[in-house]
Design a protein around this ligand. Structure first.
Ligand SMILES: Cc1cc2nc3c(=O)[nH]c(=O)nc-3n(C[C@H](O)[C@H](O)[C@H](O)COP(=O)(O)OP(=O)(O)OC[C@H]3O[C@@H](n4cnc5c(N)ncnc54)[C@H](O)[C@@H]3O)c2cc1C
Length: 388
């Protein structure tokens, strides 16, 4: 199926084996704020390392996996099969960073990230700036050989696990005043504090706190790329992450369909297994059909990126697959809850967990509305035949 090579299939089954090992811990994590005992977490991490699944997206010359985009999709698809973010130890450090990193930055943050010794979080969104990233009010002021950073960032995913943050701000003066720039802030650093750690719908041990940066001083060496270049990195990251969101949604949908089908075959109501009821068959059939459609476009998008198609077309495709796969997975989760009946509303049930967890896939890395705007803009600029 899908003309996967022997190597692609090997990557897929290697990751599947790892995720099959973590799935039995989902309920334990769900009942314990997303947390597992440290020794179990460490074991999962070392299994991922043994299986060569850390930093699959980073260049081989830096010690990363150097996987093709299609192979990265196959890996993340398997990661998506587990709830409670138990597959997140399959790390994807910032793949956009090495081409723009200075030798100092490579040594200090990129290579430790590839080795699993450092990890990042992104401090971009603010209370008044989400979809419209340009509305950020965080500032960066040059002061001698330093920059002084100020701002309050929202939803900083994995802050509690991270060793450094990418902080996006607007420059207050100089030739690029008013433009964006991105900086690295080591964690912890003086002037960085958690304002609060809100609870979210999902139950995972990566938190999304509101983080205040107050007169945080970083050397010029911490500027990523050049002044005025901050937005370009964000776009590069979004393009990659949107495809990976789509891939994880495929895995979630596959797991839900498998589990709902198994339940429908065994659950007897009015004297028959419910899979014999046509209304149940329709829900499963629609789910499977939509998964096939989503998987086909996600794999095709990854192949296009591997083939180096025009980057604007890549951008549109990344939006299309993120939009379609995330909405597909939410429909599948909703049907799965329905098929499980009352059991589907219990937190110990996989459908209930995915029903909550998948909702954010339509919000983060650009909402569904934002994806539609990007797709329509590309359509207006390039025409149908360039895009599909
Ligand atoms: C769990 C979680 C983790 C996150 N992690 C991070 C992180 O690590 N780092 C980070 O920087 N950010 C993170 N985010 C932020 C996330 O990227 C934003 O929430 C998202 O981009 C939407 O921004 P917003 O919440 O401000 O919504 P808004 O931008 O305020 O949008 C509100 C509504 O208006 C709609 N809308 C906006 N513009 C338009 C338009 N032009 N046309 C039609 N409708 C529109 C949106 O689609 C949405 O429905 C995270 C968010 C969540 C929920």
């Amino acid at each position: 199926m899908y003309q996967l090579s022997a190597q692609d299939l090997e990557v897929q089954s290697r990751t599947r084996a790892l995720i099959d090992e973590v799935i039995p811990y989902e309920v334990q994590a769900e009942m314990n704020r997303g947390e597992l005992p440290a020794e179990i977490k460490a074991r999962h991490h070392s299994r991922a390392r043994e299986l060569g699944l850390l930093a699959t997206n980073m260049p081989a010359e830096l010690g990363g996996g150097g996987y093709t985009m299609l192979q990265q999709v196959l890996v993340q698809e398997q990661v998506g099969r587990a709830t409670n973010a138990l597959g997140w130890m399959v790390s994807t450090p910032p793949q956009w960073f090495p081409p723009v990193a200075t030798p100092y930055q490579l040594e200090r943050w990129v290579i430790p990230g590839v080795l699993g010794e450092a990890s990042e979080c992104y401090a971009i969104t603010e209370e008044g700036a989400g979809s419209d990233v340009d509305a950020i009010s965080a500032t960066a002021r040059r002061d001698g050989d330093d920059y002084v950073l100020n701002g309050v960032k929202w939803h900083v995913t994995s802050y509690n696990e991270a060793t450094y943050a990418f902080f996006q701000a607007k420059l207050t003066d100089g030739p690029h005043a008013g433009e964006h720039a991105m900086f690295i802030v080591d964690l912890p650093s003086e002037g960085v504090r958690v304002d609060r750690t809100p609870a979210y719908s999902h139950t995972i041990d990566h938190h999304h706190p509101v983080v205040a940066f107050e007169d945080v001083r970083v050397p010029v060496l911490h500027l990523v790329g050049e002044e005025g270049g901050g937005m370009a990195f964000a776009y590069e990251w979004f393009r990659f992450e949107r495809v990976m969101v789509a891939a994880r949604c495929l895995g979630a949908a596959e797991r839900l369909i498998e589990e709902a089908t198994a339940f429908a075959k065994e659950r007897v109501v009015y004297g028959s297994p419910i899979i014999e009821f046509q209304l149940i068959k329709a829900m499963l059939a629609d789910s499977l059909t939509e998964l096939f459609a989503a998987r086909s476009i996600v794999y095709e998008t990854a192949r296009g990126i591997d083939a180096g198609i025009d980057v604007k077309v890549q951008h549109a495709h990344a939006s299309m697959v993120k939009l379609y796969a995330s909405e597909m997975a939410n429909r599948v989760a909703d049907r799965a809850v329905q098929i499980f009946g009352g059991r589907g509303y219990m937190r110990e049930n996989v459908a209930e967990r995915f029903f909550r967890e998948l909702r954010v896939e339509r919000i983060w890395e650009g909402t569904s509305e934002v994806q539609r705007l990007i797709i329509a803009d590309q359509l207006a600029k390039r025409g149908v035949s360039t895009l599909v």
